[in-house]
Design a protein around this ligand. Structure first.
Ligand SMILES: Cc1ncc(C[n+]2csc(CCOP(=O)(O)OP(=O)(O)O)c2C)c(N)n1
Ligand code: SF4
Length: 286
């Protein structure tokens, strides 16, 4: 068989994820969405964080950066500002996003950087063997918290929705067609598209395994009269993380301008920063 990497973003490196890990399905859906939206490895940049999700960095054929823990958003924002002709996709775990790097998330939302951000929420620090993150459910017995986590978890979507975002969605690693559809919408959004993925981690997350989610997830599109331009409706819907867990586009505001269209010294630019920098000799800085 002729291997067409430009078509499917595939690569031959063997995966290192545990059997049943949600990262397999997330990466498959990401490739599906990009291919069906007409992207290829040459016009796509992936920024991976440190963590199990980050170990996807050498499993996908594209321009990939594997950054420091909690810093994927800042690297991706730099890429998005420097070259808006590229599709920028950043991925991080819940530990990276809500413990090591929440400051980056806050300012990426405020600045509406043109990029997709995928939160791989497996409710724990997977790569370092199952410690609690800020999103681990209260009471869960984790490595380094053998008596159970004593703090309430942060509700990721409520946090993001409190910051006046332009796109907020949730999907589930047990449903590839749903992930693909949501990723396609996120890719098309012209601004900071935040996507929470409820990611199964059969090795360390025993509290909310795949079957637990499958009994609880519901689709927003089945809600009659749901208005995804109503941020208060979105905040209300995001409250429940125990019983009715909704998947879909919670909130979208396409009228918000992205960072590059907003700031005075870039909004009428006809060239990109990576084109402009070519006229300077930067050797001394390197
Ligand atoms: C600044 C920093 N703090 C801590 C670590 C150690 N570390 C590496 S991976 C990891 C956990 C990753 O958890 P998460 O971000 O949730 O991703 P997952 O592995 O679950 O996908 C930690 C604590 C690090 N590499 N850098
Ligand atoms: S520890 Fe969890 S998140 Fe990490 S590879 Fe294994 S199943 Fe996946």
């Amino acid at each position: 068989m002729v291997y067409n990497f430009a078509k499917n973003f595939g690569i031959k490196n063997a995966p290192t994820w545990c059997p049943g890990c949600g990262n397999f399905a997330i990466q498959a859906a990401t490739k599906n969405a990009l291919v069906s939206e007409g992207f290829n490895p040459h016009n796509t940049v992936f920024v991976f964080d440190v963590g199990c999700s980050g170990n996807g960095a050498d499993k996908i054929e594209a321009n990939t950066v594997h950054g420091l823990h909690g810093r994927a958003i800042s690297l991706a924002a730099g890429a998005a500002i420097a070259n808006p002709k590229m599709k920028i996709i950043a991925s991080s775990g819940d530990g990276a996003t809500f413990s090591e790097g929440p400051g980056h998330l806050i300012h990426a939302i405020r600045n509406n950087y043109p990029m997709v951000f995928m939160l791989h929420n497996n409710e724990n620090y997977g790569l370092t063997t199952g410690q609690a993150s800020a999103l681990t459910p209260k009471g869960a017995k984790m490595n380094a918290s053998p008596d159970g986590v004593y703090l309430e978890p942060i509700n990721a979507l409520q946090f993001v929705l409190s910051l006046n975002p332009s796109f907020v969605a949730r999907t589930f690693s047990g449903d590839i067609p749903h992930m693909t559809a949501i990723f396609k919408e996120a890719i098309k959004h012209d601004g900071f598209a935040f996507v929470e993925i409820l990611q199964t981690c059969p090795t360390y997350n025993k509290v909310t395994p795949e079957a637990w989610y499958k009994e609880r997830v519901k689709k927003i599109e089945e809600l009659k009269d749901y208005d995804s331009s109503d941020i208060w409706a979105a905040r209300k819907l995001a409250e429940d993380m125990e019983k009715d867990i909704y998947l879909g586009i919670f909130y979208k505001d396409s009228s918000r301008e992205n960072f590059l269209k907003m700031i005075p010294n870039r909004k009428s630019a006809t060239t990109t920063l990576i084109e402009e920098v070519k006229s300077y000799d930067v050797k001394a800085f390197l």
